[in-house]
Design a protein. Structure first.
Length: 116
C-alpha cells in the first residue's frame, strides 16, 4: 500500500527508460533529483545484481519515468547531473592548502567552502 498522498502505478503502467545507472546509489540520486523537480520516476532491476553470474553483465539498475511528457525535462536534469559528477578540476583550499577533488564543495580537512 502506498503512503498517503502517493499514488501507486498499476503493474501495467508504461514506463519510459531514461538512464542505466552504474549502481543502485547513482540510480537513487537520479530518482531523488527528478523527484525534487516533480518528475515521478522508478528504478527497475534494482536487485538483479544479487543474481550476478547467472545473468548478462548489463544488469545495472535502470531509471524509468512514469510519464513520457517528462522525458525532455528529465534528460536536461540528467545531463546536468552527469556533467557535475564528471566535470571540473581539483581545487586547493585557501584556508589549509588541502587539495580537494572537483566533486566536493567543502574542504574535507577544515570544512571551508570552495571559493567562488
Amino acid at each position: 500500500m502506498a503512503a498517503p498522498g502517493i499514488r501507486s502505478a498499476p503493474a501495467c503502467y508504461p514506463l519510459h527508460r531514461l538512464y542505466q545507472a552504474r549502481d543502485r546509489i547513482e540510480a537513487q540520486f537520479i530518482v531523488d533529483l527528478l523527484g525534487a523537480h516533480r518528475i515521478p520516476a522508478a528504478i527497475l532491476g534494482d536487485y538483479l545484481s544479487g543474481a550476478a553470474g547467472g545473468l548478462p553483465l548489463d544488469i545495472s539498475p535502470t531509471v524509468c519515468l512514469l510519464d513520457e511528457a517528462d522525458l525532455a525535462r528529465a534528460r536536461k536534469l540528467l545531463d546536468g547531473f552527469l556533467s557535475d559528477a564528471t566535470g571540473g578540476s581539483p581545487w586547493r583550499c585557501p584556508s589549509c592548502g588541502e587539495s580537494v577533488e572537483a566533486g566536493f564543495d567543502l574542504c574535507w580537512r577544515c570544512g571551508r567552502p570552495r571559493p567562488a
